[in-house]
Unconditional design. Structure first.
Lengths: 715, 618
């Protein structure tokens, strides 16, 4: 089985051939590459953005994106597949491929987000790129309610990131958090609900419940009662109240400080334990009608405990409302602040810029599930809603494979990002002089980070989102030029998205690179352009209705033996292919559709009878152990849509709670048929079995060695 | 451990710095693992106890996934199992310690772990979950994630090691017990004769040439002809075999040359033997040296394969009592990461753990023994509580030098556990010394406290133990799990009080005394204080609320009910959804086929007026 490492591991090989080794030491890149690169290239780190510089970076980015002709993106995640069998297979139907992407996007976290706006500078006849590398982390900044934030890490992916010197500390300590639109709405709704509650209930509930038990408490309460009433008396005797109060002991004035709160005199309580504060609250509520005990956020976000004097019930209500509104405002601001990195996504969406990614279907799914809302259950729904947010997306991998000229030029080279970059942008890719195997670039790209500019910049590291986004953008610019787009004659501006040559590639993404499934974001349909499909060697044509899924068989059984086993019953050419999902499960593709139902029924009959004849049956080798289960292809979809992920397929099937051994086709019809026979005498039931075995018999007639048991079964 | 409230932590730290300097804990990563392993082996031998504490990437994803007062030992185990299978251990602190009078002599180590696939065999862990709040609070404590991920020690569980034995493929010294073989067949005899003459020839050739000086060319020619290879600096010869029978025959034959030939078995990737390699040693002494080398090699190999599990094995073989805090959760993790996959019942788990760790002492259980608190779940609070209530001064003596360059303070909990344990022993008047005469047996008093995994012991009454913990008003009562029902599908955002009132007006059964608690925002549990009423209520629900207008209305609004059995089933099947209501719904759907008859065990539950659910969390 193929092992997937990272996001684009499918497509990207980890070639180091044409890139400098200096790009590996990420943190040290500025120092090392200056020594190893040629003099003409300058080196400064790309723009790393964390919590601390997010605000300023965002306001700069707003300007850059607004002016940009296109924006390239790239993501690094904590994993790709939550179980080996969730990997992408040839045997995955269109809808299943989406379910697998959905599972991946829902389970794993995005830890780095690269954004690189590209702008055509006509005075310099060159693109200006601004690579940004955002560290993001799903920190829970506000209590949204519901389950805590959780994400999965695929061990190999984490190890892979570590190999490329990913800075996990930076990510976890300093990463920018975010709220999706869905989460933000939820948080606001939550807030609304809380403030609809009766306010007095909110503040006074605890006090009512507390009863005085300890003698110390009683004494303390009594003392506080006196102090507070003394203070209130002082207030009422206007004028000299202040002076009288200050005569109190030093200790007292430290604990009780008279301040003004919302234009009303108030006592600020200091240095009490939470238990004492509760008692004070109790006293206030019980004995002083015009005093209100409240808790507010003071400066430096510490909580202040106050006793506020109000003039009347009316005034009291007013005060409560003021406090309540203040708190609410504060909460709303907190929620607003928690939106965090999503501002970048909102920016990309609202500016309606052309988004460029490389093999970016999974990236877009992550963006959707992290920043918009939960992923819809079907690809069609998903695609139409993505299209609303991002009307123009282009995938450089699709582009590279679609263009015959480019494909021919790249020979049979892989279309991985780093290969394509090295080929199309050799000047940037290999700042160290050397053999220039690639093409001469048609378009110049300058890099600008803050105030530094360079036309020969190479200080990024592969698999760093910001640098990968930059590479993607460069590749795109070169491909456009190869497609005949002349930036010098027609400054791009909005032209790119409407250009005729690009138009037929826009909004097409690889749903799966493995089987070259391309999805059209405008329609949600699978495109069947032959030019996209001719690239790869294909298995015999896959017919999903001919496929049967078998799992839980004895672990020593290999695909060849399973084929033999089934061929003995259905004939030598009955099985057109067998494919291992993992060591516990296989797909068997039959040559004819009806074999699937016949096989499932036969298996069921054999297990139900469990007599010596069944034991001698050629299939018994497959059924050995009694845990072998089988179902049609549709069941695979059911399994893939489950949110559970067990490592082994057989465990997964068990965990979703199946109780049958064989899932027959058209179970509904079967069930209703059985029900009707249940009521009649058993003779009819037998006839059903007869029918089943007859059909086996028919099949077996085509075999060279029909087995003798058959005749007896049908009796 | 649950991230502790900052206030408590601050308080603890301030008291800690008042009394003592910062305790140094030895931090162990891949780089110094071998060295630390040797040290800890000695320390384990010298100490009476060993404390352990784990830092995980998460523990419960939803409020109801915690162990609740309504949980029996069984359901608590299922919850612990669920967490242990999902989350990962990043730090494992181990501290062998002894108590002498009022002094604790401790040797604390903190191992940084990462489940790296060192052998490229997809083990020990394909993936693991992280709760961001856990990672964030580790970050606040200054945890170095890079060091952990880059240099953390990997491991394989015992089960994984045996499953992957055949995939590792190193030469194994033959440890065959040679059986008196049955009669040789002709083929066998031919095989034996053939290899015997070949070995003899080859051996003699070396014996001869060792005395004579030869030209290089002739030497290499001779080698070629004899099929001789080199194993390290020694010559060797490979004998191909095609069956385990031939392996045995070859080994038997080689016994005749046992004074200077050492046989090695070369395994295939599939685990069978593909060849027997014979290594020629120059003398008896040399043979011994070589065998020692092989042994070292094997040890090295094991170290590489087992990684951190060596420490677990050391603790296990030392048979020393293990002191932990929240032992159920920690040992569920230890079991699933380092031993095998977790069994499907609490009893089985208890038995299997006892085989590996015969004495497990839980400080939180001992805390309950001194007559208090179920509520103090974190160590600093427990220590400060004891400090205020009892006079039991304990000195800590740490064996490591305080390394100035090491600013890391991780793994301190393990010292807190040792300290707390010493205090508790002193308060409970238990002599915490292992008596030599009883050959390693625990004092019988302590023996009574071992291997208790029950989440809520039944022997305590409540106190107000800490001002920061909410005051409890009512007394706890016992309730049979039969008399509990779970309700969901009522209007969202309803408080327990409102729900209780609503129920009170809905049906006759609620005219008797009953109690309602919310378990999460969507689901409540109802306790009927009169036995039998739960059945009547279930019947009423089944009938759709016939003859009871308001109940019917609630049902039509979506009110659902489930028994404790359903709850247990949800826990057992591991369908721990974010909302309890969803889990119960799933478990109900799964109910028909499975008979639940066997689960007849302790069904008494302590009913707390104050379930440990903080509604503000929801």
């Amino acid at each position: 089985m193929k092992k997937q490492w990272l996001v684009r591991a499918l497509s990207e090989t980890l070639t180091l051939a044409s890139t400098t080794t200096s790009s590996f030491t990420r943190s040290l890149c500025s120092s090392t590459s200056s020594s190893s690169s040629s003099s003409s290239s300058s080196s400064f780190a790309l723009k790393n953005v964390t919590k601390s510089n997010f605000e300023s970076a965002l306001s700069n980015l707003r300007r850059l994106v607004r002016d940009a002709d296109f924006v390239s993106i790239d993501l690094e995640m904590t994993g790709v597949t939550s179980a080996p069998w969730r990997d992408s297979f040839e045997f995955d139907r269109f809808d299943i491929r989406y379910l697998k992407v959905k599972d991946s996007a829902e389970k794993f976290a995005v830890v780095q987000f690269g954004v690189c706006p590209f702008r055509w500078d006509s005075s310099k006849q060159s693109f200006i790129a601004h690579p940004h590398n955002f560290y993001i982390f799903p920190r829970q900044e506000i209590p949204v309610g519901g389950p805590s934030y959780e994400f999965l890490c695929q061990t190999t992916s984490i190890d892979f990131l570590a190999k490329y010197q990913f800075d996990f500390n930076q990510c976890i300590h300093e990463g920018i958090s975010y709220l999706s639109r869905g989460q933000q709405d939820e948080a606001l709704r939550h807030l609304q609900m809380r403030y609809e509650d009766d306010l007095s209930e909110l503040y006074l509930r605890e006090a009512r419940d507390t009863a005085l038990v300890r003698i110390a408490d009683v004494l303390f309460t009594e003392r506080m009662k006196n102090r507070i009433s003394e203070w209130r008396e002082g207030l009422l005797q206007s004028g000299n109240s202040g002076s009288k109060f200050q005569e109190s002991t030093n200790d007292f004035s430290q604990q009780f400080q008279t301040i003004f709160f919302k234009m009303r005199p108030a006592l600020l309580l200091n240095g009490f334990t939470s238990h004492q504060l509760r008692l004070i609250q109790l006293v206030t509520v019980k004995h002083f009608e015009n005093l209100v005990y409240i808790r507010v956020k003071g400066e430096s976000s510490s909580v202040q405990q106050l006793i506020v004097y109000t003039e009347s019930n009316n005034d009291r209500g007013l005060l409560m409302k003021e406090v309540k509104d203040g708190l609410r405002k504060e909460e709303e601001m907190k929620i607003e602040a928690a939106v965090g990195f999503r501002h970048v996504i909102d920016l990309l969406s609202s500016e309606q810029k052309l988004i460029v990614g490389h093999n970016c279907f999974l990236d877009i799914a992550h963006i959707y599930s992290k920043f918009l809302g939960s992923l819809p259950s079907t690809a069609e729904e998903y695609v139409s809603s993505v299209h609303k947010y991002f009307p123009y997306i282009i995938d450089t991998k699709v582009l590279l494979n679609a263009n015959d000229v480019l494909r021919a030029m790249m020979k049979k080279g892989s279309t991985s990002l780093s290969k394509a970059f090295a080929f199309l942008c050799p000047e940037i890719a290999s700042s160290v002089k050397g053999s220039r195997l690639g093409l001469k670039p048609h378009v110049n790209v300058e890099v600008q980070v803050d105030d530094m500019r360079s036309s020969n910049w190479n200080s990024g590291a592969k698999h760093e989102a910001g640098y990968d986004a930059f590479m993607t953008g460069c590749v795109f610019a070169q491909v456009c030029s190869h497609l005949g787009f002349n930036f010098k004659l027609h400054p791009p501006f909005t032209n790119l998205t409407h250009d005729e040559k690009l138009q037929k590639h826009i909004n097409l993404l690889y749903l799966s690179w493995i089987n070259s499934d391309i999805i059209d974001l405008r329609t949600g349909k699978q495109t069947a352009e032959s030019s996209y499909n001719s690239l790869k060697f294909r298995y015999p044509k896959i017919v999903f209705s001919n496929i049967c899924l078998i799992w839980g068989f004895p672990s020593k059984l290999k695909a060849r033996e399973i084929r033999e086993c089934i061929s003995k019953v259905f004939g030598p050419s009955s099985v057109s292919s067998i494919y291992h999902l993992d060591e516990t499960a296989v797909f068997v593709q039959f040559s004819k559709e009806e074999y699937v139902s016949v096989f499932l029924e036969l298996k069921e009959t054999l297990e139900r009878n469990n007599d010596p004849i069944s034991v001698l049956h050629p299939l018994s080798k497959l059924l050995e152990g009694g845990n072998t289960r089988a179902a049609s292809y549709e069941f695979y979809k059911e399994i893939c849509s489950s949110s559970i992920s067990k490592v082994l397929f057989a465990d997964q099937a068990e965990s979703i709670g199946i109780k049958w051994k064989t899932k027959l086709l058209g179970e509904n019809e079967m069930a209703s048929f059985r029900n009707s026979t249940d009521e009649s005498e058993s003779g009819k039931m037998n006839s059903v079995i007869d029918d089943l075995s007859c059909s086996h018999f028919l099949v077996d007639e085509t075999l060279d060695s029909p087995y003798p048991a058959e005749a007896q079964v049908s009796k | 451990m649950v991230p502790r409230p900052p206030m408590l932590q601050r308080r603890f730290l301030s008291t800690a710095t008042n009394h003592r300097r910062r305790w140094p804990v030895k931090q162990v990563t891949k780089a110094n693992f071998s060295e630390a392993l040797d040290q800890i082996k000695n320390h384990l031998g010298d100490s009476d106890f060993v404390a352990v504490s784990l830092q995980k990437t998460g523990s419960f994803s939803s409020p109801w996934h915690r162990v609740l007062p309504i949980d029996t030992a069984d359901t608590a185990y299922f919850k612990a199992k669920y967490a242990a299978e999902r989350f990962q251990v990043l730090q494992f602190a181990v501290c062998p310690f002894s108590i002498r009078a009022s002094k604790v002599i401790a040797h604390p180590y903190n191992f940084h772990l990462f489940p790296r696939d060192e052998l490229k065999i997809g083990m020990p862990s394909y993936s693991f979950s992280c709760q961001s709040s856990y990672l964030t609070s580790m970050a606040r404590e200054g945890f170095d994630f890079n060091a952990c991920i880059y240099n953390g020690i990997s491991y394989l569980s015992r089960a994984q090691e045996s499953a992957s034995k055949d995939r590792i493929g190193n030469p194994v010294p033959s440890k065959y017990v040679i059986q008196s073989s049955s009669a040789l067949s002709v083929a066998d005899a031919v095989f034996v004769e053939r290899i015997k003459s070949r070995v003899r020839h080859w051996r003699n050739a070396f014996k001869d040439t060792s005395t004579r000086a030869e030209e290089a060319l002739i030497k290499s020619l001779r080698k070629l002809i004899l099929g001789s290879e080199e194993y390290g600096s020694r010559p060797c010869l490979s004998i191909d075999v095609c069956s385990e029978r031939q392996v045995q025959l070859a080994l038997e034959m080689l016994r005749d040359f046992s004074d200077d030939l050492v046989p090695l078995l070369i395994p295939t990737k599939g685990g069978e033997t593909q060849a027997v390699r014979v290594v020629l040693t120059s003398s008896k002494e040399d043979k011994e040296t070589f065998e020692r080398e092989l042994q070292n090699l094997e040890d090295e190999q094991n170290k590489r394969v087992r990684g951190f599990r060596e420490v677990i094995d050391l603790i296990s073989t030392s048979q020393k009592p293990v002191v932990a805090h929240n032992s159920l959760n920690d040992f569920a993790f230890i079991y699933s990461k380092f031993l095998s996959s977790l069994p499907s019942s609490m009893d089985e788990f208890r038995c299997s753990v006892r085989l590996v760790f015969p004495h497990i002492l839980d400080v939180s259980h001992l805390m309950k023994e001194i007559g208090l608190m179920k509520k103090v779940t974190n160590l600093p609070a427990a220590i400060s509580y004891l400090k205020r209530r009892f006079f039991a001064p304990i000195d800590m003596e740490i064996s490591h030098q305080d390394d100035a360059s090491e600013s890391k303070i991780h793994g301190h909990d393990v010292l807190r556990i040792s300290e707390l344990f010493a205090k508790l022993c002193s308060i409970l008047k238990i002599a915490p010394v292992i008596d030599e005469d009883e050959n390693g047996h625990l004092p019988s008093v302590l023996e009574d406290y071992t291997n208790i995994f029950n989440p809520c012991s039944t022997s305590s009454q409540d106190h107000t133990i800490d001002e920061d913990v909410s005051v409890w008003t009512d007394n706890r009562r016992k309730v049979d799990s039969k008399d509990l029902v779970f309700l969901w599908g009522f209007r969202g955002g309803m408080s327990a009080r409102t729900l209780k009132k609503l129920l009170h007006d809905s049906h006759d059964v609620f005219s008797e005394e009953f109690d309602v608690r919310l378990l999460d925002k969507s689901c409540a549990v109802v306790a009927f204080w009169n036995p039998g009423l739960s059945e009547s209520f279930l019947e009423a629900m089944d009938s759709g609320g016939i003859s009871c207008e308001s109940l019917r209305e609630m049902i039509s609004e979506g009110l659902r009910v489930a028994t404790y059995q359903t709850y247990r089933r949800a826990c057992r099947l591991g369908v721990l959804e974010a909302d309890l209501a969803d889990s119960l719904e799933k478990a109900l759907g799964d109910a028909d086929s499975l008979s639940e008859a066997h689960s007849k065990e302790s069904s008494e539950i302590d009913w707390d007026s104050d379930l440990m659910i903080n509604l503000d969390d929801l």
